[in-house]
Write a protein that binds this ligand. Structure first.
Ligand code: PEP
Length: 274
């Protein structure tokens, strides 16, 4: 059975204290989330440390295992003179650092930064991240022990021109087809049609299922049975009112949620929509 995942992408939203409040609200009601669903919060870099501590401090082991922490990007270089960049290794080192803060109890550690989003259309579009750059990031992230939420999706003109299958296929083949099976086990795919991101416009359940099935078929060409285990998330104006019909589709294993992940109640309502 594929893991069901609801992942929040906070983007460049919330101050650190607002982010702490938001994650505390989510954690406070995490028992409401069905056992079969896993939550991920992909927060800004500045929020990783306090959120790692909050998740690390969850008392009930079952609740703690239901939520993971993620980042939204990492560098395409290992380390060095790259002002402003944050490496995959740095992300992987956050959790241990929580225990070194003055006053931290003996043996305290935070929750690991377990995931990183790569290939989001905002990174591809605004920051010129090509498939070649994304493959470099992917290798470094996986080598650092992170799991990757890899985003693919077409623009409106590409869909209107009937090129959406081709665009998505290229994004998969040029990055994921270079991975080994072992690496691919740590990848989650997110299909996010660019025309549905932050627009209020959602792909219909039929449109979404059609391309999710296509993504799985494409993955099967290289990864065979592993394609059946790879979670494929839908992203693009997913909200409490449409999550249920999207998540009821055979090849939709959950959602990558932007705007609606900034309200704890909406995020939790989406997680309860399976
Ligand atoms: C996203 O950008 O990952 C996203 C899905 O955004 P929204 O839910 O706001 O459309």
């Amino acid at each position: 059975m594929r893991q069901k995942i609801v992942a929040g992408n906070w983007k460049m939203n919330t101050t650190v204290s607002e982010g702490i409040e938001l994650v505390n609200q989510i954690v406070g009601k995490i028992e409401e989330v069905p056992e079969s669903v896993h939550l991920i919060v992909n927060v800004p870099f500045t929020h990783l440390f306090p959120v790692s501590k909050i998740i690390g401090d969850i008392k009930c082991p079952f609740c703690k295992s239901k939520i993971s922490l993620g980042a939204q990007n990492c560098a395409d270089k290992e380390k060095g003179a790259y002002t402003g960049e944050v490496s995959a290794q740095m992300l992987a080192s956050v959790s241990k650092a929580v225990g070194t803060v003055a006053g931290a109890p003996e043996g305290a550690t935070g929750a690991a930064v377990e995931y990183v989003i790569l290939g989001h259309s905002e990174r591809r579009g605004y920051y010129g991240e090509t498939n070649a750059i994304l493959f470099e990031k992917m290798k470094l992230a996986l080598a650092a022990g992170l799991k990757v939420i890899y985003c693919v999706g077409e623009a409106l003109e590409e869909r209107k021109a009937g090129k959406h299958f081709q665009v998505v296929e290229n994004e998969i083949k040029e990055v994921l087809f270079n991975l080994t099976d072992e690496q691919m086990k740590n990848v989650v795919v997110a299909y996010e049609p660019i025309w549905a991101i932050g627009t209020g416009e959602t792909a219909t359940k039929e449109q979404a299922q059609e391309i999710h099935a296509f993504i799985r078929k494409t993955l099967r060409e290289k990864f065979n049975a592993l394609a059946e285990e790879t979670p494929i998330l839908y992203g693009g104006s997913c909200k409490p009112s449409n999550a249920k019909e999207l998540f009821s589709q055979e090849d939709i294993d959950g959602g990558l949620i932007g705007g609606a992940s900034l309200k704890a109640d909406d995020f939790l309502a989406i997680a309860k929509s399976f």
